[in-house]
Design a protein around this ligand. Structure first.
Ligand SMILES: Cc1cc2nc3c(=O)[nH]c(=O)nc-3n(C[C@H](O)[C@H](O)[C@H](O)COP(=O)(O)O)c2cc1C
Length: 539
């Protein structure tokens, strides 16, 4: 098998939309060719049309170090010297990560490792850091981000990656017996973890044996020996489907993995980019330019030329090692220890002074799930509209539910049954169905991101006799501790709550004892000089 010939132009060219099979399959790019890249960026922020710059074509992509400089300038980075990797680093990350908005953490001077071999964690747990990763203004709001993802899903062009002759990643190349994964400081992230997980914020790259499709996804990777790692890909994940194709033919599956890259590349690795579509092309749509890649020497698999750390190797049929456990995004060690595919590593490379990125799963909110929440809200919102549910005013995948277990949908009620329809569809549409447990529908006067108001609405506008539906047999995961049949079918039960004012009582329901928005405005303007800043901003 030869993947050296893998072309870098494996897509169908710029402007083919990533999230629409139809337009790409038909070669019908009319809808999308109307949008230039810069129009996409303007459309992306429909709430506050900020102006922001677009990367010039032909210029090397921004890399992780550019983002680190940006977040440091924005006061979003905290540096820590001397923390050791067996307990300190993971312990610190767990505490700092408990509150969204805390700074990213850069660990240096790690005992037992050369100065400059760093670990960066608590990555995308603040809205400004996510904004900067996506080239949005740092102060864009969470609703701006949700709208940005909605625009991205409909308008973003796909741009094939571009092969370049070299890159900083080649500064240190180790092959064969020189490969040593343990030379990278890899923390034990949580006390009960079964080992050192080098891959948490990683890209695992594979090529479909039947086509030019290059897929990458985030699948956790544990280090077992200097040249052996494992990868845990859940059933149905694209990497696993690709691996199974090679193994069905009795062939080893070539694989590459990247452990430090611009966070936009990482964020896409954790998103459900459709089967057959390349995350590299989707990332080109975010950067507005081709991702510059080099092909790994043995497998030919493409990795970003400016990545921090990368490896390549092979997963042989029936070659497994006992993997785990790892504290997971649901907040539990529900997955336990299982045999998972082993990667026999043949090449490893890293930049001088490499930075290992760690997105640590933990009791939510956490780095694994927080950024996915904005994407999920945008996706659920669009899918509700696509299903014909009118007047969606907001969607929030609450961070405490790992951005999956809890969904709040705000609507302007138009008819009896509208709220129930919105809730049932949200809890079952593609973006909402996996691992959902609670879906709550509220009226448009409730801010879905404000959990106090959502609970107030549940307490005062919901009659449990008819407004609560329990649905059994939903799509789940063995990582959900309340999943039933976790070895085979992986199902759960979920609740849909209609917390809207009963439609038939909409004209007679008691008036809310709170300022009208108009009175709020008048008071804020009049008293702005006298009262604290948070009062003026609505805090
Ligand atoms: C930080 C992070 C860690 C993840 N870890 C895993 C994992 O260990 N195994 C897995 O199957 N999916 C994991 N996921 C989810 C997948 O990355 C996600 O479903 C993605 O869409 C997979 O890529 P694919 O669609 O190309 O299969 C993780 C996601 C994130 C953001």
């Amino acid at each position: 098998m030869n993947v050296h010939g893998a072309k870098t132009g494996f897509g169908k060219g710029p402007d083919a939309p990533i999230f629409s099979n139809k337009a790409q399959d038909d070669g019908d790019q009319f809808l999308y060719s109307r949008h230039t890249h810069s129009q996409f960026r303007e459309n992306a922020l429909t709430i506050h049309p900020y102006h922001f710059s677009i990367g010039a074509a032909g210029v090397a992509n921004k890399d992780l170090r550019d983002w680190i400089s940006e977040i440091e300038a924005a006061g979003e980075l905290h540096k820590i010297s001397g923390a050791e990797p067996k307990e300190d680093i993971g312990g610190i990350v767990d505490i700092v990560q408990r509150k969204m908005g805390n700074p990213a953490l850069m660990f240096d001077d790690i005992p037992g490792f050369p100065k400059g071999h760093r670990v960066l964690s608590n990555l995308v747990t603040s809205t400004p850091r996510i904004n900067l990763a996506l080239d949005l203004p740092a102060d864009a709001s969470e609703m701006d981000l949700i709208q940005w993802w909605r625009s991205y899903m409909t308008d973003a062009p796909s741009i094939p990656p571009k092969q370049v002759n070299g890159g900083a990643l080649l500064e240190n190349v180790m092959e064969g017996g020189d490969v040593d994964l343990t030379s990278i400081p890899t923390p034990i992230w949580h006390e009960h973890d079964g080992g050192h997980f080098i891959g948490t914020a990683c890209m695992v790259v594979m090529k479909d044996p039947d086509s030019d499709w290059i897929n990458y996804g985030t699948y956790r990777m544990q280090v077992h020996e200097p040249d052996v790692a494992s990868v845990m890909m859940s059933p149905g994940k694209h990497g696993r489907l690709i691996m199974e194709k090679y193994h069905a033919r009795g062939e080893p599956c070539p694989v590459a993995a990247v452990f430090g890259m611009h966070p936009a590349l990482f964020m896409l690795a954790g998103l459900e980019i459709p089967y057959g579509k390349s995350e590299y092309e989707a990332a080109g749509g975010i950067f507005d330019e081709a991702i510059e890649i080099i092909n790994m020497p043995k497998t030919g698999l493409p990795v970003p030329a400016n990545a921090e750390i990368a490896l390549e190797g092979y997963i042989h049929p029936d070659d497994e090692v006992v993997e785990g456990p790892l504290g997971e995004w649901t907040g539990y060690y529900a997955g336990g220890q299982r045999p998972e595919p082993a990667i026999r590593v043949e090449t490893m490379m890293h930049r001088n002074n490499p930075v290992l990125m760690g997105a640590v799963p933990a009791v939510p909110p956490n780095d694994n799930t927080y950024y996915l929440g904005h994407y999920r809200c945008g996706a659920v919102w669009s899918q509700l509209e696509a299903a014909g549910v009118p007047e969606i005013k907001g969607v929030w995948a609450h961070e405490a539910g790992g951005s999956r277990f809890w969904l709040t949908v705000a609507i302007k009620q138009l008819y009896g049954g509208h709220a129930k329809q919105a809730g049932l569809v949200a809890s079952q549409c593609l973006a909402g169905a996996y691992c959902n447990r609670w879906t709550v529908v509220v009226d448009e006067d409730i801010d879905p991101t404000n959990i106090n108001d959502v609970i107030w609405s549940m307490c005062t506008r919901c009659d449990p006799r008819e407004d609560v539906d329990v649905i059994s047999g939903g799509w789940s995961s063995h990582l959900d501790p309340m999943c039933f049949d976790d070895e085979t079918d992986r199902r759960n039960a979920r609740v849909v709550v209609d917390a809207c004012i009963p439609y038939r009582r909409r004209d007679t329901f008691p008036i809310v004892a709170r300022n009208s928005p108009e009175l709020d405005d008048r008071i804020r303007k009049k008293w702005a000089e006298v009262l604290p800043n948070s009062f003026v901003k609505g805090g």
